[in-house]
Ligand binder design. Structure first.
Ligand code: FAD
Ligand code: NAD
Length: 465
């Protein structure tokens, strides 16, 4: 029986990063993964494959919609979805192989098989063979799975989750997406760019409901302009397969019953924590009311040597949040005192233009009765935006009315996914809007919109608006 200091269960961005950090700190570390490839949801069926398809479809859409304006004629354009999906697979393979390399490099022992607790120091691993290892500490990083609605039967063919949507072999003529959150809008965008008619049915009164409402409004405007049908305040009541088609019925925003027929229905109503098969009952690890593993502020479960991180615990279901938590637990075990500021975990939606936000939304500041001021700058006023033709969007900075400390930054813009890092850095150092406004930003760049929004927040003294 192998003996380890730290055993991590699950090899997603939370788990594999925790394993590397634990090994760096000198712990004898094991990583247990039930699938053959490492990398978890993010690398295999999440962040990376979805971004590969988003980029491929964006190239096509640019060639179709925007090249001619730049004086480029490409003749007859066509899409070979099979090749696009093959490329995505190759990207995933390269990325997951990179994790194998990192495990070797850091001398982490990898076991493939389902990890299940026998007692608080013993894990059974059921793979090609059944073995047992013992460990002083465990970090559970078993992630999440797609959620659904009780009356929907996911058949993985016509009624699908994000996992199958990354592997379609034919572009649907009509795709119905249930849920106007991150997955629905990212994968809906992929197929819309490739020529599908896309309808999104969202329960709330706006898209991407967790983000600042101005972002929801702007994104809705842009997606509608591109032809996406968006039904808000709509409650899905049934999803049925009718031969080769799928019929989705819902109560629309007027309370009337409405139905849409499509070739594919993507169910993207959130994800649920994954704890099946872990044998938590054998060690008495407690779950909360949503089925997530309960942890304290040190990410420790109610069992003293067992920790949990990532999608399987409370908080945003994001790869970079899981990574920070993995590092935090490993460093704590080594006697360090790390800290995560959850308010400064950025959110990004990889539509085009991209949507990104960090810190407090305007709605939260209002609810918390914080006195704040707003600076806003429209992307279209940037020289860089006009040169490239990506003119939609804005950057909004919210800062404290008295101290000018930046409280939230929200943006819709080409390259917003990268631009948000400047806001996170500024907020980590508790910068004021004026601090940001006085920093030189290279010209011409999209980042100048951040400086201009900061100037606007400071004293309404943006230069180019
Ligand atoms: P996971 O990545 O889910 O990994 C958990 C691993 O544990 C899995 O490999 C699983 O097989 C394994 N496991 C489970 N139980 C056991 C067991 N008993 N024994 C052994 N192994 C086990 N986030 C972003 O930040 N940016 C994005 O762009 C982004 N895009 C996404 C796109 C899609 C389509 C999806 C579905 C998700 C996306 N996410 C994105 C979310 C991101 O994938 C998750 O937040 C992240 O993967 C969570 O990491 P994790 O380590 O907690 O768990
Ligand atoms: P989500 O929570 O982002 O969106 C789900 C949407 O479905 C919400 O808008 C919700 O109001 C809606 N909904 C719920 N029940 C409904 C119903 N009955 N009818 C109609 N709409 C309904 O979840 P998701 O898009 O499934 O993504 C899951 C997780 O994966 C998210 O937490 C997200 O953080 C993560 N993810 C992140 C990225 C990224 O960072 N770019 C990309 C994809 C996924």
């Amino acid at each position: 029986m192998g003996k380890f200091d730290v055993t991590v269960i699950g090899s997603g961005p939370g788990g594999y990063v925790a394993a590397i950090r634990a090994a760096q700190l000198g712990f004898k570390t094991a990583l247990v993964e039930k699938y053959d490839t490492l990398g978890g949801t993010c690398l295999n069926v999440g962040c990376i494959p979805s971004k590969a398809l988003l980029d491929s479809s964006e190239h096509y859409s640019n060639a179709k919609e925007n090249f001619s304006e730049h004086g480029i004629d490409v003749g007859n354009l066509s899409v070979d979805l099979n090749r696009m999906v093959e490329r995505k697979r190759a990207v995933v393979e390269q990325t997951t192989k990179g994790i194998d390399f990192l495990m070797d490099k850091n001398k982490v022992t990898v076991f493939h098989g389902l990890g299940s607790f026998k007692d608080q120091n013993t894990l059974e691993i059921k793979g090609d063979e059944v073995r047992e290892i013992s460990s002083k500490y465990f970090i559970i990083a078993t992630g999440s799975k797609p959620a659904s609605l009780p009356f929907i039967k996911i058949d993985k063919e016509k009624i699908i989750t994000s996992t199958e949507a990354l592997e379609l072999r034919e572009i649907p003529q009509k795709m119905i997406v249930i849920g106007g959150g991150v997955i629905g809008l990212e994968l809906g965008s992929v197929y819309q760019r490739l020529g599908a008619e896309v309808s999104v049915v969202e329960y709330m009164d706006r898209l991407i409901p967790g983000m600042d409402a101005d972002l929801s409004k702007e994104l809705r405007k842009i997606l509608k302009k591109e032809g996406m049908d968006i039904q808000l305040k709509s409650k899905v009541t049934s999803v049925e397969r009718t031969g080769d088609k799928v019929e989705v019925q819902f109560e629309n925003n007027k309370g009337e019953s409405q139905s849409i027929e499509g070739d594919i229905c993507l169910v993207a109503v959130g994800r649920k924590p994954y704890t099946e098969g872990l044998g938590l009952e054998n060690v008495g690890v407690e779950l909360d009311e949503k089925g997530r593993i309960k942890v304290d502020e040190h990410l420790r479960t109610n069992v003293e040597n067992i920790y949990a991180i990532g999608d399987v615990i409370r908080g945003a279901m994001l790869a970079h949040k899981a990574e920070e938590e993995g590092i935090l637990v490993a460093e704590q075990l080594a006697g360090q005192r790390p800290h995560i500021d959850y308010n400064l975990i950025p959110s990004v939606v990889y539509t085009w233009p991209e949507v990104a936000g960090v810190g407090k939304t305007e709605e939260q500041l209002k609810e918390e009765k914080v006195d704040y001021k707003t600076g806003k700058f429209l992307v279209r006023a940037l020289g860089r935006a006009r040169a490239s033709g990506d003119i939609d969007g804005f950057v909004k900075i919210l800062s404290d009315k008295k101290t000018d400390e930046i409280l939230g930054v929200h943006m819709v813009s080409a390259r917003a996914a990268d631009m948000i890092a400047e806001a996170v850095t500024a907020m980590e150092f508790r910068a004021s809007a004026e601090d940001l406004a006085r920093i030189s930003h290279a010209h011409p760049t999209y980042m100048e919109a951040v400086k201009e929004a900061a100037l606007d927040a400071t004293e309404k003294r943006a230069i180019h608006s």
